[in-house]
Design a protein around this ligand. Structure first.
Ligand SMILES: Cc1ncc(C[n+]2csc(CCOP(=O)(O)OP(=O)(O)O)c2C)c(N)n1
Length: 271
């Protein structure tokens, strides 16, 4: 898909995500907005996932390991046509298929139960290895957060993936430099993050996580990786797209008022 179209999709995802946070009374909006450009590229430019093949055993898989950004994923899957957007109306309500964190199988395209940070990469690695046994060639793409990289389980999976030469596995790290309670590097320093993934035996590349061209090019390289898994370190801004949310970690937990939704939409429409 042409990059300009992906930019328009990303803007629409942002608008709907802001609205959904308000209507569903679900937070983690800054965390969702931070990874929208990545999600738009993954679903509209990189992976082979669509309404027809979403349950096929050979489909590509995407795992939102930073499951607290589920709102952005739900909106993206709805835009991709994987389920009826009507389902967004009761998101977060008791009995809804769209819970605060993803429930696998509740709607097509949700591959794993995530939200407890640190598990998505291991799950994705397991899928990759299972695909190898079944002689399937599908790709598995896992989106992690930077705070999540403080979890030892991430590095255990990283080490095992490299040892197994899982070239079909891609990790994208949404490197927005914030965690729930403070700056990532102040809580437990991650930098130099790209070098850490390289040292663990991964091919690694750093990109501007809001530049559609750069993300798309990195994904293209990652999906053609040979002999080793591939890590994309995406430098992002928490709350990206709405000036009064950008890089303000209050929006980790805040839910926008109706007026803030309107202001956010105005800003996004003007971009
Ligand atoms: C194992 C685990 N511990 C704690 C939490 C609570 N929690 C939710 S989001 C978050 C941190 C968010 O920071 P980061 O992971 O960097 O993601 P961001 O929101 O900045 O994208 C935490 C600690 C959790 N979900 N899982």
């Amino acid at each position: 898909m042409h990059k300009d179209k992906i930019k328009i999709i990303a803007r629409n995802i942002r608008k709907q995500t802001v609205s959904l946070s308000h209507s569903a009374r679900i937070a983690h909006l800054g965390s969702s907005l931070s990874c929208v450009d990545i999600l738009a590229c993954v679903y509209f430019n990189a992976l082979n996932i669509n309404r027809k093949n979403v349950l096929h055993p050979e489909r590509d898989r995407f795992i939102l390991s930073k499951g607290h950004a589920a709102l952005a994923l739900y909106v993206t899957l709805a835009q991709k046509g994987l389920f009826s957007p009507m389902l967004l109306n009761d998101c977060g309500q008791p009995g809804s298929l769209l819970a605060e964190h993803p429930i696998p199988g509740s709607i097509p395209g949700l591959e794993a139960a995530t939200g407890s940070l640190g598990h998505g990469l291991s799950i994705g690695l397991g899928m990759t290895l299972a695909g190898r046994i079944q002689l399937y060639d599908f790709k598995v793409l896992v989106l992690l957060s930077d705070g999540e990289c403080n979890e030892g389980s991430v590095w255990e999976a990283a080490m095992f993936a490299a040892a197994q030469h899982t070239e079909n596995l891609v990790a994208i790290i949404d490197y927005n430099k914030w965690q729930a309670t403070g700056r990532s590097d102040e809580i437990m320093a991650l930098s130099p993050l790209k070098q850490k993934w390289s040292a663990f035996g991964w091919n690694a590349r750093e990109v501007d996580g809001h530049n559609i061209e750069e993300i798309a090019e990195a994904l293209r390289a990652a999906l053609n990786s040979k002999d080793a898994p591939y890590a994309i370190i995406a430098n992002t801004i928490k709350g990206r797209g709405v000036s009064f949310m950008e890089d303000d970690n209050n929006w980790h937990y805040r839910i926008p008022t109706a007026e803030e939704v309107m202001l956010a939409h105005q800003e996004l429409d003007a971009q």
